[in-house]
Design a protein around this ligand. Sequence first.
Ligand code: XMP
Length: 321
Amino acid sequence: MSIEEIKASQLDAEQFIAEKVREIADAVGDGVAINALSGGVDSSVVTMLGHRALGERLLSYFVDNGLMRAGEPEQTVAMFAEVGVHVELVAARDQFFAAIDGVTDPEEKREAITRTFYHDVFGGLVRESGARYLLQGTILTDIDETVAGIKRQHNVFEQLGIDPQEAFGYRILEPLVQLRKAGVRKIGQALGLPTKIWDRMPFPGPGLATRIIGVVTPERVDLVRKATAILESELAEIEAFQYMAILHEDRVTGSREGRREFGQQIEVRCWDSVDARTARPTRLPWELLEKLSARMVGELPGVVSVTYNIATKPPSTMEVV
Ligand code: XMP
């Protein structure tokens, strides 16, 4: 079944919100639903729609998979407390690291994370809570790329012939599937979410694992997390769709304090895009790139090379995994 797109320019936010709130309330009836909040724009908007529809009967969880940015789990819980939504933090770091241990193939990595998330973690939460529905923020762009076989986005099932009820024991409600990012932001704003939430830079569900080429270990995640913190502080004032730091697998010869160091490479990407379907590298000021490089090689142990990606999407994709 093909999904009819609602373009941001044609979107009547109030009408959309009323319709989706009604649909969620009708589907869930007098039961409870659970909600996967990652803190990104899409899942934040779904959380608010679900909260309007179900109130306390929506149980919102932030799964700490150990792959998020510095401080992200606590900040997300605090941000939602400010708008009156209680979010439960679920500690699942060890489960995720065990699932991706030794995996290097990008699609296998995504598959392992998806299974841990939906089958192991949410399967357990659903059984405990008696919920029959999971609400999540899948958008049209996620489905496009997954169906085209380019990248298996972590939150797409039905279009791949996977029945969540059979595979995980619950149904999935996806109120945003007809929208792309610009439309979701419009809904977030109309829902009264603070700008820092609806205008947030996208961040993928599988987190920093999408930014590590090769094996994902706690040490490698820690390195890319630190690189991300530097990048986000230096680019905070830059108008871009999304930026990211990537840890490469290949090492290169460098030198530190006069001694050879066969070191790590960080790649920086910064994208201009409207809907993530196509993207161009942002023309960042050279001085800014120099500062980024100086901070990364200076503050990140073992890093001797910093590069800036200048390819467009396509043929590139935005994340490396
Ligand atoms: P790509 O790498 O496919 O990214 O060009 C396009 C946009 O989608 C985000 N992305 C994801 N978001 N789950 C998500 O929620 C995923 O599995 C996923 N993979 C990529 C990416 O950050 C970018 O904004």
